[in-house]
Design a protein around this ligand. Structure first.
Ligand SMILES: N[C@@H](CCC(=O)N[C@@H](CS)C(=O)NCC(=O)O)C(=O)O
Length: 139
């Protein structure tokens, strides 16, 4: 994969992160969820963000919980403890990676209880919240 810190890519996404979607008119949409929302508007079926007010709020709630309490701490453990990430995470702080391990462990039982009560994280249907959870759980 080409590095994200080239001048060409930095002009596309100043934060030097993937993904970034460039539309035919030059509009750039970065941030995974923003890209997913763009496609949801264009292709609303099947819905990935819920349909009515309650479904949408519950999907959003779980998606954000997973981002903050699972995705972020898992990424910090990986980025600050794995030798392969030392050139990406400067400075790489092993202590910060360790701080995040119990945060992951604390959230997993909460997610377990949710999935005992609900077929999918966001509710009765598969949603973006399940996809957000799959990334840290299968990485
Ligand atoms: N909040 C962003 C996060 C994007 C992100 O962190 N992407 C990683 C790959 S999954 C990346 O570009 N890493 C390159 C780097 O850290 O230099 C999103 O959801 O799209």
């Amino acid at each position: 994969m080409a590095p994200c810190n080239t001048a060409v890519y930095t002009a596309i996404n100043a934060l030097q992160r993937v993904p970034a979607l460039m539309l035919d008119d030059g509009t750039v949409i970065a941030e995974s969820i923003a890209i997913c929302r763009y496609f949801e508007v264009l292709n609303p079926s099947p819905p990935m963000f819920g349909t009515d007010a309650v479904e949408q709020a519950v999907v959003e709630m779980w998606n954000r919980r997973i981002e903050h309490h699972l995705f972020f701490p898992v990424s910090q453990v990986f980025r600050h403890l794995h030798p392969a990430m030392k050139d990406f995470e400067v400075p790489q702080l092993a202590a910060w990676g360790e701080v995040n391990k119990p945060r992951v462990a604390a959230f997993l039982p909460i997610l377990d209880r949710r999935l005992e009560a609900s077929p999918f994280v966001g509710g009765v249907d598969y949603s973006v919240a399940d996809i957000t959870a799959l990334v840290p759980l299968t990485s």
